[in-house]
Design a binder for this molecule. Structure first.
Ligand code: ADP
Ligand code: MG
Ligand code: ZN
Length: 474
């Protein structure tokens, strides 16, 4: 029999906020040593009260807007009670009854065509701490307790591992470009719910949940393993499938049962009376909407329309800082495709030589647009433009001043160019003859000699056409 795979995802994303969700300790990535970002509130001292971080609400709403969700105007927090050493209060503050976003949808482009994945809800919650195991003892690090998370819950709409990966990559680029999260390894963690059913069936099969998956590669492997385990169980009655929580072991590539699936009742959820309901009024929502960065897809489309290549679009979309630089340079009047080349080829080339990455690029939109315009307006040639760019990136010089000091302006008058060219031609009689006898490359050598004589400052297009006239009589 043929089986269909059914998958639903719960994805936890650590938000890029300055501080934690309910106290003023530094947020995700602020800590350097264990327990250096901890206060009485987030380490669960008795009597401490949570204070809501407004930025968390704004980022959660922004994520909801990106995923086409309905934004709840009334949203509340609940306590989810369980005991574990990395959870000092013995409850997690999360949202059960009134999550901040509901009923969203994202469209995926897969090798099979377009697929809609429905978002059941997005809720805000706090992260737990970390246990560090050392032999028979364990240490606890509370730096991560109360770091803000959003959890994005999909409907069971995925039908393959490929769709899951397309979705996760899409979330990642959206959230990066929107400043919601950098989504580095460990900052984006999934619970993967899987079941299988005979093809054509409309009922769902028994599902298992693989908890806390942080690597996309592992997710793909786990889905393939778990799907086969389900199929074998149904087909050959190798075992009885039960609804349970499992963990994936990377070394063996297998999943193992952890515990029977808890139900809601096991957690004794109740409203958190320490936190007031949050009301999102029209004015606040409009403010968040206005600040919402263009969704990634729209942005990619705009770049595509400007003639930027797919490879370049990919680099831009995954690098918020660089795509912002491009957008700003375009706002200052440069052509998008041309400017993308300056950033992704010329700037990237200088950085590579310095052993740096594109993300390390430090140049203002004003500096870059000044250089691009000097070249576009033929004030300097392309090679000089590159020279100025290198000086700006390496030494932080002012592009206009540097150009003047080094006499890079290609304002050599036509008669000077002609005089020099005539001299070069007479000094290179052999090359001229070779060229006339069909050795095409000889012309390039004469061109090079002219550029050298002119100290590379003249407009290459002017030299090319003058040389065409002289050698080809064009
Ligand atoms: P619970 O409250 O038990 O966690 P939810 O309804 O919140 O259940 O679902 C949790 C996740 O499991 C969701 O992402 C959902 O899409 C997914 N899911 C539910 N049923 C199935 C199923 N039969 N197969 C695969 N995934 C499922
Ligand atoms: Mg759930
Ligand atoms: Zn704290």
């Amino acid at each position: 029999m043929k089986y269909e795979l059914v998958i639903g995802l719960e994805t936890h994303v650590e938000l890029s906020t300055e501080s934690k969700i309910f106290c003023s300790c530094g947020g995700h990535s602020a800590s350097k040593e264990p327990n250096d970002c901890v206060c009485p509130a987030c380490s669960g001292m008795p009597g401490m009260l949570p204070v809501m971080n407004k930025r968390v609400v704004e980022l959660a709403v922004t994520a909801g807007l990106m995923l086409n969700c309905e934004i709840s105007r009334y949203t509340t927090f609940d306590k989810k009670n369980y005991y574990y050493p990395d959870l000092p209060c013995a409850y997690q503050i999360t949202q059960l009854n009134h999550p901040i976003c509901t009923n969203g949808c994202v469209t995926l482009k897969t090798s099979e065509g377009e697929r809609d994945i429905h978002i059941k809800q997005i809720h805000m919650e706090e992260d737990a701490g970390k246990l560090v195991h050392a032999g028979k003892a364990s240490f606890v690090d509370f730096n991560r307790t109360s770091v803000p998370l959003i959890e994005i819950v999909t409907q069971p709409d995925f039908r393959s591992a490929e769709e899951v990966l397309v979705y996760l990559n899409k979330l990642k680029s959206m959230f990066r470009s929107g400043g919601i999260s950098e989504c580095e390894e460990g900052a984006m963690r999934c619970d993967v719910n899987i079941s299988v059913r005979p093809e054509g069936s409309t009922e769902f099969g028994v599902r298992t949940e693989i908890k806390n998956m942080a690597s996309f590669e592992a997710i793909e492997k786990a889905i393939k393993y778990e799907a086969q385990r389900h199929i074998d169980a149904l087909e050959f009655e190798t075992e009885e499938l039960v609804q349970e929580t499992r963990r994936f072991d990377d070394a063996s590539g297998k999943t193992f049962a952890m515990r029977n699936k808890e139900t809601e009742a096991d957690y004794r959820y109740f409203p958190d009376a320490n936190l007031m309901p949050i009301i999102i009024d029209d004015a606040w929502l409009e403010q968040i909407k206005a600040a919402k960065p263009v969704a990634v897809d729209e942005k990619a489309d705009a770049y595509r329309e400007a003639g930027i290549s797919e490879k370049e679009i990919d680099m831009l979309i995954h690098n918020h800082k660089v795509s912002k630089l491009l957008d700003d340079v375009v706002t200052l009047g440069c052509n998008a495709k041309n400017a993308a080349g300056w950033i992704l080829t010329d700037c990237a080339g200088v950085l590579r030589k310095q052993g740096k990455l594109l993300g390390d690029l430090e140049i203002t939109a004003e500096e870059l647009s000044t250089i691009i315009k000097m070249v576009d307006e033929n004030k300097v040639n392309r090679a000089s433009g590159r020279k100025i760019l290198t000086a700006v990136l390496e030494e932080g010089v002012d592009p206009v001043a540097y150009c003047k000091e080094n006499e890079l302006d290609s304002q050599v008058d036509a008669s000077t160019i002609e005089t020099i060219m005539d001299r070069v031609i007479s000094e290179n009689a052999q090359a001229v003859e070779d060229y006339r006898n069909g050795k095409v490359k000889a012309k390039q050598a004469i061109f090079g000699a002219c550029m050298r004589e002119l100290k590379n400052t003249a407009d290459t297009a002017v030299i090319k056409s003058l040389l065409d006239q002289k050698l080809d009589g064009k």
